[in-house]
Ligand binder design. Structure first.
Ligand SMILES: Nc1ncnc2c1ncn2[C@@H]1O[C@H](COP(=O)(O)O)[C@@H](OP(=O)(O)O)[C@H]1O
Ligand SMILES: [Mg+2]
Ligand SMILES: [Mg+2]
Ligand SMILES: [Mg+2]
Length: 335
């Protein structure tokens, strides 16, 4: 396909390029912080979940890059973090630290010649206060998904999605600690050598992966195990479930590293849109399906929360009916 036809076939090509650039830059900041994270880089939010200087820095960089790259479009973003805690008197030092992290990351990249003040940082964070909803375009951002994993030195993801008229049309997942089969193959290195992958998908155009540091994008597909091979597996050796923080789980599933992702949070917990937007489109564009426990598609058009039934299931189209049936039986038994 010529480049021209490819651009014509993807109406979100500009947005995708901007989103990939934004996530890559933010991932660089996160990698640097994770390598030398200190207790003073970590704060506790009002809901008692952790947030770090990298969560804030990532959100600032992404909002900045999207605005710079997509000048002509109106800007609305639904993002996890805000500036409230950083405006308190005792947060001045951490705000200064975030500001210098952001400025150093920009300076090391050469793309933009600018320097942010503390006020700019606070304002950029508050650019993520949109309520989203069913009309217009809204970016959906989780600047670090899996902050707990990030702090531990494990998996995390920088997750950016685009909602258009209530539907997720684009997703980018930066997974600095996730090895990618495709980029390994491409670089001829043995498994595990090439970590740091950038996954992306736009609606109707499939899902791809490339190395975070840049490489030729490779198409990814979900594993195609059907019922027969799955039953065979049950009779033989059963691989233990893999526990992994963040939407890196969606990315791993999309590249065929597992067959089923089940997520059942405690009763009363309402899932946030930014925890699923990017991951779910990458799985569906890799040929998979993402449903709630009742078998409905996830509805991202209701604001900052996924206003849906308990539980999320992601798998391939052969296994989905069987998994849904098992999930529904388990829920019935519990009640
Ligand atoms: N009680 C709870 N039940 C389910 N999810 C929760 C939760 N408390 C927080 N979360 C969400 O789970 C996300 C991490 O998912 P995972 O467990 O797959 O790593 C967190 O994202 P952040 O790390 O971006 O805050 C947070 O939004
Ligand atoms: Mg969080
Ligand atoms: Mg999250
Ligand atoms: Mg987060």
């Amino acid at each position: 396909m010529s480049q021209l036809t490819e651009i014509a076939a993807n109406p979100y090509a500009d947005e995708l390029a901007a989103a990939k650039k934004a996530v890559s830059l933010a991932a660089r900041l996160c990698q640097r912080v994770q390598q030398g994270i200190l207790q003073s880089d970590i704060q506790s939010k009002a809901d008692r979940t952790p947030v770090t200087v990298a969560d804030y820095g990532s959100q600032v960089l992404i909002s900045l890059v999207l605005k710079k790259e997509l000048l002509s479009h109106s800007f609305s973003m639904v993002a996890e973090e805000d500036s409230e805690d950083l405006r308190k008197d005792d947060a001045q030092q951490i705000l200064e630290h975030i500001t210098s992290l952001v400025n150093e990351t920009i300076a090391n990249d050469d793309s933009y010649n600018m320097s942010l003040s503390k006020e700019d940082v606070l304002a950029a964070l508050d650019g993520g206060k949109s309520e989203g909803g069913p009309s217009g375009r809204h970016w959906i951002l989780d600047p670090i998904d899996g902050t707990k994993g990030f702090i531990r030195g494990d998996q995390y993801a920088v997750a950016l999605g685009l909602l258009d008229e209530g539907k997720v049309v684009l997703g980018v997942l930066g997974c600095p600690n996730l090895p990618s089969k495709s980029t390994n193959k491409h670089n001829g290195s043995s498994s595990g050598d090439q970590v740091g992958s950038l996954y992306f998908a736009t609606i109707g155009c499939g899902a791809k992966v490339q190395a975070l540091e840049g490489s030729e994008p490779q198409k990814i597909t979900i594993c195609s195990r059907d019922l027969t091979s799955s039953i065979a597996e049950k009779l033989g050796v059963q691989a233990p479930p893999v526990r992994m923080d963040s939407q890196a789980k969606y990315a791993a599933l999309a590249q065929g590293d597992g067959a089923i992702y089940l997520r059942f949070s405690g009763k009363g917990y309402k899932e946030r849109v930014w925890d699923h937007a990017a991951g779910s489109i990458i799985v569906t564009e890799a040929g998979g399906m993402v449903k709630d426990a009742s078998g409905n598609d996830l509805d991202f058009s209701k604001g900052r929360y996924l206003d849906r039934d308990r539980g999320i299931i992601a798998t391939n189209r052969y296994l989905m009916p069987m998994v849904l049936k098992a999930v529904q039986e388990a829920i019935d038994e519990e009640q």
